[in-house]
Design a protein around this ligand. Structure first.
Ligand code: PLP
Length: 387
């Protein structure tokens, strides 16, 4: 099916997928094959070896590309596999400007893997375009944007940042994992490529790890294909099948994630035990206007600061019964965690404080359960844990 003909909800179900010609089977089969018969030496029917290409993966790649409104998609065995592939484009001496609160794994691969190959990284507060502009150098080849950010849900102006990148002949990459293409389409805003952890909302059921890259630039996509095949961080067909199954319901899931998150954020904002709520949908959020223009809705992640110690806050996240104490996000079930002791524990305490990640901070991935049960669950956890 041609993409621009249909709207998002239709493409999420159909893009990249056709019923099997031979059997009529509706769903893309799990092509559990490593190799493919050739008609003559070197003459194959599109597939020769599954690291290079697999039909289940092809359907997923076309589906994700279509949702991002891009021409080309590539799937990987994890979000980090996708991010690594972007870094493969760079050469020793190149410089990268990144959001200061990028995903922890992104910070790790930048500083602990690629700095040793002589790439340089600067982490800046990208909510301030002037900071991004002043970090740009002659050698800057890549600007790495994450928005909304984790766990403080800061919002970065994608269009403004892409303009700065292009003024300096650098690529602008956006990690769109938190928003998903249902809420935000970076390519339309000028980004050169979009990266995903499919593990989160795209898969949506906490049962698969995967990643993707999408671009409109054929040359860039060819390079991605080269590194995808050369490095080999490719997903298996079972994983591709699960993500394809997930993206079919992305719009309805996201609608409910957003609805629940927005209601909970408002409830928390009015709660006497809560000091501050971070959710771009709240009018009190410093980037609410930007989020409203750049995103179609505000997503399912809510962070909030308790008026409580590290220990009391740890108790709150341990006492919930509907919310599961766990890292990760984006599944149908609600998850809760304490960044200071979990996702962001690797950051030294002082740096953590300076970055606004206080001891009383809680991050929640709001699932699609009944929102009244979610509120009641937090309320009982507060009552059990706070003096
Ligand atoms: C999870 C995540 C990643 C890494 O993806 P994996 O699938 O875990 O490798 C990258 N960016 C963001 C924003 C994430 O949440």
């Amino acid at each position: 099916m041609t993409d621009d003909e249909f709207r998002f909800e239709t493409r999420s179900i159909h893009a990249g997928q056709e019923p099997d010609e031979e059997t009529g089977a509706l769903m893309t089969p799990i092509h559990a094959n490593s190799t493919y018969e050739q008609d003559a030496p070197g003459e194959h029917r599109g597939y020769e070896y599954s690291r290079t290409g697999n039909p289940t993966r092809t359907d997923l790649e076309a589906n994700v590309a279509s949702l991002e409104g891009g021409e080309y998609g590539r799937a990987f065995s994890s979000g980090m596999g996708a991010i690594n592939t972007v870094l493969n484009l760079l050469e020793a001496g190149d410089h990268v400007v990144a959001s200061e609160d990028v995903y922890g794994g992104t910070h790790r691969i930048f500083t602990q893997v690629y700095e040793q190959y002589d790439l340089e990284f600067d982490f800046v507060d990208m909510t301030d375009l002037d900071e991004t502009e002043s970090a740009m150098r002659e050698e800057t080849e890549l600007v790495w944007v994450e928005t909304p950010t984790n766990p403080l849900l800061n919002v970065v102006d994608i269009e403004g940042t892409a303009d700065i990148a292009h003024d300096h002949d650098a690529l602008c990459a956006v990690d769109n994992t938190f928003a998903t293409p249902y809420l935000q389409r970076p390519l339309e805003l000028g980004a050169d490529l979009v990266a995903h952890s499919l593990t989160k909302y795209m898969g949506g059921h906490s049962d698969v790890v995967g990643g993707a890259l999408v671009t409109d630039d054929e040359e860039l996509d060819e390079q991605f294909g080269f590194y995808q095949n050369s490095v080999g961080a490719t997903p298996g067909p079972h994983e591709c099948f699960l993500v394809l199954r997930g993206t079919k319901t992305l719009p309805v899931r996201m609608d409910r994630h957003c609805e629940n998150a927005s209601e909970l954020a408002e409830w928390l904002e009015g709660h006497e035990d809560v000091d501050r709520v971070y959710y771009p949908g709240l009018e009190s959020h410093p980037d609410h206007d930007l989020a409203s223009s750049q995103m179609d809705d505000f997503g399912g992640m809510v962070s909030f600061e308790m008026d409580a110690s590290l220990e009391e806050t740890a108790d709150v996240v341990s006492e919930t019964e509907v919310f599961t104490l766990a890292e990760s996000l984006g599944g149908v079930e609600s998850l809760i965690e304490q960044p200071a002791t979990m996702t962001h524990a690797a950051i030294p305490a002082e740096e953590r404080e300076a970055a606004g990640l206080r001891d009383g901070l809680i991050r929640a991935s709001i699932g699609i359960e009944n929102v009244e049960d979610l509120k009641a669950d937090l309320q009982q956890a507060f009552e059990k844990s706070l003096e």
